[in-house]
Design a binder for this molecule. Structure first.
Ligand code: FMN
Length: 196
């Protein structure tokens, strides 16, 4: 059960999940950019979840959610999610699937948004994730941010410099994410566990 009462919380709590666990990784530049862009959003409480530093061993996976997840509470407290995902071999990276599989009720009746990156903006990773989340009773939202060839948009110190239209796309996505997060709060209260 979430420790935050979803009906009385004013702000929207969004977990930003970094899907790459490589080192080095482009994800660091993009996550830092997202944090900078999202910091002024006064309605938003952002929780950065870096899968590179969270042990979720695959051999203990259980259907319906695995016991002793170190991030179950943080995911449960979130009103919605943004997945920052690269595209690997025309799909999303294994750690993204692993964190999804490790949890169950934590995703239920919450919206999921995507910031994708890759040669084609990570579109294949994003679209494939849309086929996964309904099983967890999560809804993926229409708007997304796709960052084609993001590695070509770094400055001299490795900071991501977004091409024209990118910040606007992020704002549009976050507005839609907020709308869904607000709307789904009432459903979560009525059906808190997400189990049948
Ligand atoms: C195993 C692997 C497979 C990849 N496959 C694709 C691919 O299918 N399409 C694509 O656009 N980029 C692909 N790439 C390139 C990644 O999108 C690019 O390296 C990106 O920066 C990876 O993000 P990261 O550095 O944050 O892990 C691949 C990279 C890796 C490591």
């Amino acid at each position: 059960m979430p420790s935050v009462d979803p009906m009385t919380a004013d702000n929207v709590r969004i977990a930003l999940v970094i899907g790459s666990v490589r080192s080095p990784r482009l994800a660091d530049s993009l996550a830092a950019w997202l944090e900078r862009e999202l910091a002024p959003f006064d309605w938003l409480d952002l929780d950065l979840i870096d899968l590179a530093s969270i042990p979720l061993p695959m051999h203990t996976l259980q259907p319906g959610g695995t016991a002793d997840s170190p991030i179950a509470g943080r995911l449960a407290d979130a009103d919605g999610f943004v997945f920052l995902t690269p595209e690997y071999n025309h799909s999303f990276p294994a750690p993204v699937k692993n964190v999804i599989d490790w949890h169950f009720t934590e995703w239920a009746y919450k919206p999921v948004a995507f910031v994708g990156y890759g040669a084609s903006g990570g579109i294949r990773a994003v679209e494939q994730l849309r086929t996964v989340f309904p099983e967890l009773r999560a809804t993926t939202i229409r708007e997304s941010v796709l960052l084609p060839m993001a590695w070509e948009h770094l400055d001299a110190v490795g900071r991501f410099v977004p091409p024209p239209g990118t910040v606007e796309a992020l704002h549009t996505m976050m507005t839609e994410l907020r709308t869904w997060a607000d709307a789904l709060r009432s459903i979560r209260v009525a059906e808190p566990t997400g189990r049948t």
